[in-house]
Design a protein around this ligand. Structure first.
Ligand code: ZN
Length: 324
């Protein structure tokens, strides 16, 4: 079988991007509930993938590229991954999925990913880029835009911007962010979401008008982010861990950009999903019980530079015998 570049056999691809802690995975979960026939490619900057666990409730083909970001360290890994995915799709009479969703890491600049999809001939004749959706936190987005060129690049390339965390922001923050987004991405559609709630049809039926400009962006300086993983071999007392993490998020609000993970607690049989960003620890969420034997908990911290004593402050809080 042969495929011409304009063949309808091309598989639609939606790229989902957004800065650390802006709600990409929440949105992805919501899209998957609505559109289960999707194959998912997730890229995590940390060496220990966490999103995988958060998505396990959806029975979709899932590929994970971890330990670097798609725009640099694992850039070369995307092409063979998409080639294999396409060949597996072609080989099956009953097509296993109807679209591909690629979730980039929070620090990736999307241009090299879009470039791969549009310029790599083999891929471009078999995949059709339907759009770049970018999440921006109403509460923390403007600060990220001021500090990180990666956050700006995501906005500039977006077809659709989803403004998240509007329930955590003041009206003046939302107004100021919206003005900034209008300036950076005047043509992008802008939608508001609370807890990832947005009409998935609006997003999924969105057809790209192929207005991609393959211009050369000014080069982004090498990422200065670091990732650290803390692993728990045993269940931990949640109130103590929560207090330690809250303290940490507040104390290092400027440099501890993102915290996420899954832990087992002495209070619940089910794993607990832990998330935080921009000085705030989000309310914990119970995940479905797992069938896997691996019940070790893991927290991944993404930092801007190094934070001394980051892990020690958490483990020390867990080891004290007196309740705080
Ligand atoms: Zn990169």
């Amino acid at each position: 079988m042969t495929f011409s570049p304009d063949s309808d056999n091309r598989i639609p691809v939606i790229v989902l991007s957004g800065f650390l802690g802006s709600g990409k995975t929440t949105l992805l979960n919501q899209l998957l509930s609505h559109a289960p026939r999707s194959a998912v490619v997730i890229n995590e900057f940390g060496a220990t993938p966490v999103d995988q666990q958060l998505l396990r409730q959806h029975n979709v083909p899932l590929s994970v590229l971890s330990g670097g970001c798609l725009c640099c360290q694992v850039h070369g890994a995307l092409t063979p991954l998409l080639k294999n995915l396409r060949m597996a799709w072609q080989a099956q009479a009953e097509k296993p999925f109807d679209r591909v969703l690629i979730e980039t890491s929070g620090i990736a600049t999307p241009e090299p990913i879009l470039d791969t999809l549009l310029r790599e001939r083999w891929l471009a004749s078999r995949y059709r880029l339907d759009g770049l959706i970018v999440t921006v936190s109403a509460a923390a987005g403007e600060d990220a835009l001021n500090r990180f060129p990666e956050a700006q690049a995501q906005i500039v390339w977006a077809d659709t911007l989803i403004i998240t965390h509007t329930d955590l922001a003041e009206d003046r923050q939302i107004d100021s962010l919206t003005a900034r987004l209008d300036q950076l991405a005047p043509a992008a559609a802008k939608l508001h979401a609370v807890h990832g709630a947005i009409d998935p049809d609006t997003l999924l039926t969105f057809q790209k008008q192929h207005r991609y400009r393959l211009i050369s962006d000014p080069p982004i300086p090498e990422h200065r982010f670091g990732s650290t993983t803390l692993q728990f071999d045993q269940p931990v007392p949640w109130p103590r861990l929560q207090a330690a993490l809250e303290n940490l998020m507040i104390r290092h609000a400027d440099r501890l950009l993102r915290l996420k993970g899954v832990v087992y607690t002495t209070e619940h049989r089910r794993p607990v999903c832990v998330q935080g960003s921009a000085g705030r620890l989000f309310p914990p969420a119970l995940l479905p019980a797992r069938t896997s034997e691996d019940s070790r908990g893991r927290l991944v911290f993404i930092t801007d530079g190094e934070i001394k004593g980051l892990l020690e402050s958490v483990t020390a809080a867990l080891e004290t015998t007196d309740l705080p």
